[in-house]
Design a protein around this ligand. Structure first.
Ligand SMILES: Cc1cc2nc3c(=O)[nH]c(=O)nc-3n(C[C@H](O)[C@H](O)[C@H](O)COP(=O)(O)OP(=O)(O)OC[C@H]3O[C@@H](n4cnc5c(N)ncnc54)[C@H](O)[C@@H]3O)c2cc1C
Length: 386
């Protein structure tokens, strides 16, 4: 594995960093205060991102995307995450599972997302089915050539009201060697479809301005042409996206930890108590050393997973380890940063308290820390028959 970023990757990072600093950071406080990104500002960010070639950089060139490699995408997520989640999501990275679109689905869903004309949300979680996805209660029952969807989803996130949802619903039960298993199918459901209601969910203390939605389906009729991928192939599609998504979460955690570390280092060098910079006290300097060391370890795990994905050899364990360690590292770094800033770390005049609040979510979404540990441990114990 080559740990050296290529010239192209360095240029990508430099231009993303400049973009974040000039176009996004100045609006962070406003978004935090107002709990959302004004439409006009969101549009402006999107247009600029399209102009700069950042938009849909994660999708292949043959569908109009940027065709970036996984390691370049990890670097991109790392840079973009150094600012408000709500703002940086106007630089669209449409869900890779839309690449499963076929026939006229490409014109209706995939290509408009690549062009920034529409955007999707990924609707898997339900009030009664979080970590235990297989307990999902949303059903899609065959009715002639159509399906009738009934059920609800919650915590479905998006920077702004989505145009359509990728909805996972049970379409039956399969008998497998391990017993009965729900057959899950992914559907493309347009906002405004009869029987489909989408409304803003409760406010979250992390990533304010980045919303979550509650979706409910009451005999929502969709044609079989709305199935994404194969009937019964929904879980496989979801998993493909979830594993890579965990690496992107890890990369984002590294970006935010770097921002916190930079701020804490500057503060430790300039804030004086007892006649000297607080960084001269080992109680502070050792924290900085631990923060820097852990950040580097997380960066290596994330980049290794991305590099392996590029080689086609990334495992679910690689992704789980990257997400687990990077998100927990960010929690520790954020906590140390608050401590180093003292009382000022908790005041909303500085971004520390916000970064600390934002960090908390990373150990929960895209699979909790416990679920990542479960994936890792299971892979170790399974060969022993346990
Ligand atoms: C802000 C936000 C945005 C989100 N966005 C989306 C989205 O866009 N789309 C989407 O589909 N989902 C989304 N989610 C859902 C997210 O992925 C779930 O919250 C997460 O998977 C955990 O599910 P849960 O919240 O229901 O917790 P639960 O599953 O109820 O877990 C509660 C606790 O029990 C523990 N636990 C559960 N099972 C086990 C086990 N087997 N072993 C050990 N511990 C266990 C968990 O680790 C956790 O500590 C979002 C969540 C949030 C908070």
């Amino acid at each position: 594995m080559d740990f050296q970023a290529s010239d192209e990757q360095r240029m990508l990072v430099d231009s993303l960093r400049a973009f974040v600093e000039s176009e996004l950071r100045p609006h962070e406080e406003e978004v935090e205060r107002n709990g959302g990104v004004p439409d006009e500002l969101g549009e402006r960010i999107k247009e600029k991102a399209i102009e700069m070639g950042f938009f849909a950089a994660n999708l292949p060139e043959d569908v109009g995307g940027g065709g970036l490699s996984y390691t370049s995408l990890a670097l991109m997520e790392r840079e973009l995450s150094k600012t408000s989640f709500a703002l940086q999501h106007f630089i669209g990275r449409p869900s890779e599972i839309l690449l499963a679109c076929e026939g006229d689905q490409r014109e209706r869903y995939l290509l408009p997302c690549v062009r920034g004309e529409r955007h999707e949300c990924f609707a898997l979680t339900e009030p009664g089915a979080g970590s235990d996805i297989m307990s999902m209660a949303t059903r899609a029952k065959r009715d002639g050539d159509d399906y009738l969807i009934n059920g609800s989803k919650h915590f479905i996130s998006s920077h702004t009201l989505p145009d359509f949802a990728i909805v996972f619903a049970a379409t039956g039960v399969d008998e497998t060697a391990k017993g009965a298993r729900k057959r899950v199918t992914a559907f493309l459901v347009d906002r405004g479809a009869e029987g489909f209601d989408m409304r803003l969910g409760p406010r979250c203390i992390s990533h304010r301005g980045y919303h979550n939605y509650q979706l409910s389906f009451d005999d929502c009729r969709v044609g079989s042409g709305q199935i994404l991928g194969a009937e019964g192939g929904g879980l496989e599609l979801a998993n493909e996206w979830l594993h890579m998504g965990r690496v992107w979460v890890g990369a984002g955690c590294c970006g935010r930890a770097e921002r916190l570390l930079d701020l804490a280092t500057e503060w430790a060098a300039s804030r004086k108590q007892f006649g000297q910079p607080i960084g001269r006290f080992q109680g502070t300097s050792f924290k900085l050393a631990d923060m820097a060391t852990e950040l580097q370890a997380a960066d290596l795990l994330v980049m290794q997973a991305a590099w392996k994905a590029e080689q086609g050899s990334m495992t679910t364990v690689d992704a789980a380890m990257a997400k687990l360690f990077a998100s927990e590292m960010l929690g520790r770094v954020a906590d140390h940063a608050v401590q180093i800033f003292g009382g000022m770390g908790l005041m909303d005049e500085l971004p520390i308290e916000r970064l600390w609040r934002d960090a908390r979510l990373e150990r929960i979404w895209d699979g909790t820390s416990e679920i990542q540990r479960h994936i890792i441990a299971r892979s170790m114990l399974r060969p022993h028959g346990a």
